[in-house]
Write a protein that binds this ligand. Structure first.
Ligand code: AMP
Ligand code: FE
Ligand code: FE
Ligand code: ZN
Length: 315
C-alpha cells in the first residue's frame, strides 16, 4: 500500500508483521547502545529495516554495517543533522535548533558530504573546549575527559548533562540544561551550525533525501508551519517525519495531512536512544505508540527513484 498520498496509514495495524524503524541513535552520538548491539536488538525485536540516524555522524552506521550483513538486517544509511532556522522566532534569542534527517536510499553519500560532516564535528569539539572553560569559571569542576567517557566518538551537550548529574551539580539532566547548557543558559556557547536550508541542500546534493525530523518540536505550527514547509520544499525538502514516538495520534494525522498537501514523503521512527531515553523502545516507541510497516520504506524508495529519473530527464 503506498502511504504518502493515498490510503490511510494507521499506526498499529501490522500486528505480528516485521517492523521498520527509521530513527535510532547509537553511542557514536547520544544513544547508549553500541552499533553492533543495536543491530542485535533490532533482530530480537523483529525489525526488518533499520536506519541509524546519529547526530552529525555516520560512524554508528559504518560500524554497524558488518553486523547487519551477518544478521541479514537491512541497514539504511542515514544521519540527523543539527541545523538552525535562519530567523529568530523570539527577538534577542538564538535562532531555534531544528533537526533534519537525511536518508541515502539509492546510493551512498558523497565523499564531500562525509568531509563536511567531519567539519561539523570539529566545530562541536571547539565548542566543547569553550564550554568546559565556561563551566569551570562558574565553579563547575569538570573536564572534557569526564564527558568523553560518555560521548566516546562525539561529545555533545547531553554528555555534559550526564557528567553534571553524576557529579551532583544538578539533580536531573533537564536541570543541567536549564541552568547551564541550554541555548540561553549560564554556560551557553554558540557554535557554527548550518542553516536548515543549507542542511537540505547538502543532503540533496550528496544524493540523499532530506526529511524534517519530529515536527512537533518545531517552534512553528499552524500557518507558520505551512509557510515554513513552502519555503523548505522550494530548496529540496522531500520528506516529513509524520511518525515519531513524541507524536500524539492527532499530531500524526495533522502531519500526514500536511505531507499530502505538500507532496512530502512520510517518514518515521522511534528516535531510540537506549538507556538515555529509557521509555522509547526500538521499533515500537513509547507504550507501543509506533508500528511502521515495510511499505513506508518502499514508498520512500519509489519516490526517490522517480525523482532521480525526472532529474535525469528520462521521464
Ligand atoms: P549539541 O549538538 O552538542 O549542541 O547538543 C544538542 C542536544 O542537546 C539536542 O539534540 C538535545 O538532545 C539536547 N538539548 C539541547 N537543548 C536542550 C534543552 N534546552 N533541554 C534538553 N535537552 C536539550
Ligand atoms: Fe538525540
Ligand atoms: Fe532529533
Ligand atoms: Zn533523533
Amino acid at each position: 500500500m503506498p502511504i504518502s498520498t493515498q490510503g490511510s496509514m494507521s499506526i498499529g495495524d501490522v500486528d505480528g508483521a516485521p517492523l521498520i524503524d527509521l530513527h535510532s541513535h547509537t553511542d557514536r552520538s547520544d544513544g547508549s547502545t553500541a552499533p553492533e548491539d543495536l543491530v542485535r536488538l533490532a533482530i530480537r525485536e523483529s525489525i526488518e529495516a533499520l536506519a541509524i540516524t546519529d547526530h552529525d555522524t555516520l560512524a554508528g552506521y559504518d560500524a554497524a554495517l558488518p553486523a547487519a550483513a551477518d544478521c541479514g538486517l537491512e541497514l539504511i544509511c542515514a544521519v540527523e543533522l543539527s541545523t538552525r532556522l535562519q530567523e529568530q522566532t523570539v527577538p534577542g534569542k538564538r535562532a531555534p535548533s531544528v533537526h533534519l534527517l537525511g536518508y541515502w536510499l539509492l546510493s551512498p553519500p558523497s565523499v564531500e558530504f562525509r568531509w563536511w560532516l567531519e567539519s561539523q564535528q570539529q566545530s562541536r569539539r571547539q565548542r566543547n573546549v569553550k564550554l568546559v572553560a565556561k563551566l569551570r569559571q562558574l565553579g563547575v569542576g569538570i573536564t572534557l575527559q569526564d564527558a568523553e567517557v560518555y560521548g566516546r566518538t562525539q561529545v555533545g551537550r547531553p554528555h555534559f548533562a550526564r557528567v553534571l548529574l553524576d557529579k551532583g551539580y544538578v539533580s536531573s539532566m533537564q536541570e543541567a540544561f536549564d541552568v547551564y547548557l541550554a541555548d540561553e543558559a549560564r554556560a551557553a556557547v554558540e557554535r557554527d551550525e548550518p542553516s536548515l536550508e543549507d542542511g537540505i541542500r547538502r543532503i540533496t546534493e550528496s544524493g540523499g533525501m532530506a526529511s524534517l525530523a519530529h515536527p512537533v518540536r518545531l517552534p512553528q505550527s499552524g500557518p507558520d508551519l505551512v509557510n515554513l514547509l513552502d519555503r523548505l520544499v522550494a530548496v529540496g525538502l522531500q520528506g516529513f517525519e509524520v511518525f515519531h514516538s513524541d507524536h500524539s495520534p492527532a499530531d500524526t494525522q495533522l502531519y500526514l495531512d500536511l505531507a499530502r498537501r505538500f507532496d512530502l514523503i512520510p517518514t518515521g521512527g522511534t528516535d531510540f536512544h537506549g538507556e538515555n531515553k529509557p521509555r522509547i523502545r526500538l521499533g515500537t516507541g513509547i507504550d507501543s505508540n509506533i508500528s511502521l510497516p515495510y511499505s513506508l520504506l518502499e514508498n520512500m524508495r519509489e519516490k526517490c527513484a522517480a525523482k532521480q529519473q525526472r532529474m535525469s530527464g528520462t521521464v
